[in-house]
Design a binder for this molecule. Structure first.
Ligand code: NDP
Length: 277
């Protein structure tokens, strides 16, 4: 077993199917010879042990998911600049020294997926939520040179803290805003809250969506998410769920491990078909 996704729970993870499809795109390539990718359920208090055992068994790379992303950040002997800034790791890469390098590919996955639909440069972004997912995507979004980024969160203080954290190193206009104080409209509205998980709607008005806006929900599922339903009712034509982000972050991790860039489109199409079954 060379690669795993580590989490708790983990049975639901689609990462093994995604990575098997990536590997199949490179038949006979030495970098994917014997490529095996599995799920690894780590006890809630046993993340480090699970990684050590995996390494002893020949493990070369791991994806890290809920609830271990912060622990993986503390665990990694080395960190990419992005993982350092984000404070969370979703990809571990085994170095020749045997140490683990931690990186974070969530933001690159999101950006790549949005760019399949619209450019981000010069757009006004509204990011909803200030949890781990929002924190992971801010720098990659700013890397695309948007006109501005506004962050709204139910707990306003968390939005303020995040903006303070990222403001120091960018000239792009950033601000934190309470939901009730949102004014104007935005070209790109991204839901990075977990409100959709509980079926709840967000306290935003239809007016936040500019004409031709893209509404992006990091959540995905068989049915339309509550946020995308909200956007549809507001007249937003361009609505995208987070399945492409999931496949995109996996593609980034696959490339970090193998040096090979997989084609995301056919894998995303296959995943979409599976989701509809
Ligand atoms: P966290 O638990 O770290 O953060 C949750 C965020 O949602 C907080 O900002 C919280 O606000 C907000 N929130 C929760 N419930 C509500 C509500 N009812 N109304 C308004 N805001 C609410 O979660 P993550 O950041 O890790 O994940 C967020 C979402 O992103 C999840 O749905 C997750 O599945 C998705 N995701 C998708 C990925 C993909 O590849 N497609 C990758 C990573 C995440 P507060 O601070 O006030 O509590």
């Amino acid at each position: 077993m060379n690669y795993v996704v580590i989490g708790n729970p983990i049975a639901h993870s689609k990462s093994p199917q995604i990575h098997a499809l990536f590997a199949a795109q490179f038949p006979d390539h030495p970098a994917v010879e014997g490529f095996v990718y599995d799920r690894l359920l780590a006890p809630l208090d046993g993340f480090a042990n699970a990684v050590h055992e995996f390494a002893a068994a020949g493990g070369r790379g791991a994806n890290v998911t809920v609830p271990f992303k912060e622990e993986a950040y503390r665990f990694a002997a080395e960190l990419s600049p992005l993982a350092q800034a984000v404070g969370a790791v979703n990809t571990l890469i085994r170095l020749p020294s045997g140490d683990w390098l931690g990186d974070n590919t969530d933001g690159a996955g999101l950006v790549a997926d949005i760019l399949r639909h619209i450019p981000i440069k010069d757009k006004r972004i509204l990011l909803l939520g200030a949890g781990g997912a929002a924190r992971g995507v801010i720098l990659p979004l700013l890397g695309q040179q948007p006109a501005s980024l506004t962050l709204a969160n139910r707990t306003f203080a968390k939005a303020e803290q995040l903006i303070l954290h990222f403001q120091a190193n960018t000239s792009i206009f950033l601000r934190a805003c309470e939901y009730g104080a949102l004014e104007g409209n935005y070209d790109l509205v991204i839901n990075a809250t977990s409100a959709s998980l509980s079926g709840e709607r967000l306290p935003i008005s239809n007016a936040v969506f500019a004409p031709n806006a893209l509404a992006y929900d990091m959540m995905y599922g068989k049915a339309e998410t509550p946020f995308l339903a909200q956007a549809r009712e507001a007249g937003v034509a361009l609505r995208v769920d987070g399945l492409g982000m999931l496949v995109g972050q996996a593609a980034e991790a696959f490339e970090l491990w193998t040096g090979l860039r997989p084609d995301v489109a056919p894998v995303l199409e296959w995943m979409r078909e599976q989701l509809q079954k």
